[in-house]
Design a protein around this ligand. Structure first.
Ligand code: G6P
Ligand code: MG
Length: 220
């Protein structure tokens, strides 16, 4: 029997870094003289840093020179990095470890598939590096989600055909990317928002061993 490959998004699936991204973007928006709400921050989930800044400037109706654009990208990331500096294992979302340990116990290939260029340092901070056989992050991809590139690279590196891969995602663009890759998509979050996902759970505490056994093909 073929092995199933498991691909995890990072932000909003493994750790709740969306709040830190939000604070850093809000600081920049405020410096530029406008407000940036939590609701607007939803649009930023799964979206590359560069695209986020483009959207932010559209929201604030701010025009930027190339030089300003590059400077603000750096500034936002520096603020974000200082916000996540103290991050540790306590910020791993509930029952993520339970699922990772279950998959490891059954020798399932596991990958990270994230748009973030900060994925590695974050996994190191929360001490989860050892669970991942493959890490594909924002430094490896040219096309952003909903393009399937990030997940297809992960599948290739895992040595598992895309149709045998399962993706955990919290972003609409990420679910679309998984579906576009021909993989089984599992949404983590609101089922109304993630309506395109094959299955949706509010969080990993809702995923039980019976469901995990099904995913790894132990039970029909
Ligand atoms: C994830 C987050 C996005 C973030 C992107 C890039 O996909 O959900 O909100 O913009 O990563 O993150 P980075 O750490 O490279 O700025
Ligand atoms: Mg995410």
């Amino acid at each position: 029997m073929n092995k199933t490959g498991f691909i995890f998004d990072l932000d909003g699936v493994i750790v709740d870094t969306a709040k830190y991204h939000y604070l850093a973007w809000r600081k920049l928006a405020n410096e530029l003289g406008f407000e940036f709400t939590q609701e607007q921050n939803e649009l930023f989930k799964g979206v590359s840093r560069k695209r986020c800044l483009e959207i932010l400037l559209e929201i604030g109706n701010v025009k930027a020179s190339q030089e300003q654009f590059s400077r603000w990208l750096v500034e936002k990331n520096e603020d974000y990095l200082s916000l996540i500096e103290e991050m540790d294992e306590s910020e791993i979302l509930p029952d993520v470890l339970k699922v990772l340990q279950f998959l490891k116990k059954h020798n399932m290939p596991i990958a990270l598939g994230s748009a973030s260029k900060n994925a590695r340092p974050i996994l190191e901070k929360v001490k989860l590096m050892d669970y991942f056989d493959v890490i594909v992050d924002g430094t490896h991809v040219a096309k952003a989600k909903p393009d399937p590139e990030v997940f297809l690279i992960a599948a290739k590196q895992l040595g598992v055909p895309p149709k045998d891969c399962i993706v955990f995602e919290d972003a609409v663009a990420g679910i679309e990317a998984a579906n576009n890759a021909g993989m089984l998509s599992i949404g983590i979050g609101d089922d109304k928002v993630l309506a395109e996902a094959k299955f949706v759970f509010a969080n990993f505490t809702e995923i039980d061993n019976q469901f995990l056994n099904k995913l790894i093909g132990l039970t029909p």
